[in-house]
Design a protein around this ligand. Structure first.
Ligand code: HEC
Ligand code: HEC
Length: 163
């Protein structure tokens, strides 16, 4: 019985020792040769000690009506806006200027014009309406900019080939 107790005590001491050494290793700050230098810590290849001035980028100033659709990564995505938007914002309950041009259900299903002398018509799809008769815009789709955004000319930090 006595031997058993001594063995158990020894076992406990060994287990405690193993745990402490493992914890010591985890908490170690010695990263050896894997240390990351200050230029490679983020996506921006400048030192983390610099305060770089962000590159200026702009949005399209193109008038709606004669622009091509922007490419989408997959079909169901809300398309990005190929024309200027500033003058139509903000969208408020009493005045949503986006709908002046896009709430045109009779054009649903028609392709964009390729003849540049004729202005494009770009109807919102049926999903944007509250019911099948396409009279009222769905409340969930009223704030267009929640899903649709214009494209800026900012250079991507990382190339994206996802399609
Ligand atoms: C003066 C009319 C007009 C106004 C106002 C307008 N748009 Fe457009 N929009 C168009 C036309 C026309 C197109 C088709 C592309 C083109 O020719 O510019 C278009 C294209 C789009 C597209 C891309 C559609 C696609 O199939 O790829 C989106 C999204 C869009 N507009 C959203 C908006 C939003 C959001 C607003 C409000 C901030 C807005 N538009 C205001 C006329 C307008
Ligand atoms: C909750 C997200 C959401 C909101 C809000 C929204 N849309 Fe869309 N929109 C989409 C999606 C997703 C598509 C692509 C699928 C489709 O055509 O329904 C789309 C498609 C479109 C298209 C292209 C239709 C086509 O036939 O290709 C236009 C134009 C458009 N939206 C305009 C608008 C306008 C204007 C508003 C505001 C009144 C608006 N959307 C609000 C998600 C949204």
């Amino acid at each position: 019985m006595k031997t058993l107790k001594i063995l158990a005590a020894l076992g406990l001491i060994a287990a405690t020792y193993a745990c402490t050494t493992a914890a010591d290793k985890e908490g170690s700050t010695d990263t050896g040769s894997k240390a990351i230098d200050e230029l490679n810590m983020g996506l921006s290849k400048t030192s983390v000690f610099d305060t770089p001035t962000p590159t200026v980028y702009t949005y399209s100033d193109a008038k709606p009506g004669y622009n091509d659709r922007l490419a989408k990564a997959w079909d169901e995505l809300p398309p990005q806006i190929p024309h200027r938007v500033e003058e139509y914002l903000p969208i408020v309950l009493e005045d949503n200027q986006c709908t002046d041009c896009h709430d045109v259900p009779k054009y649903i299903g028609r392709p964009l014009n390729t003849d540049r002398t004729i202005k494009n018509k770009s109807p919102m799809s049926k999903d944007h309406y509250a019911s099948e008769d396409l009279d009222d815009i769905s409340g969930a789709r009223f704030n267009c900019m929640q899903c649709h955004v214009p494209l800026s000319n900012a250079a991507p930090l990382v190339d994206n080939t996802y399609r």
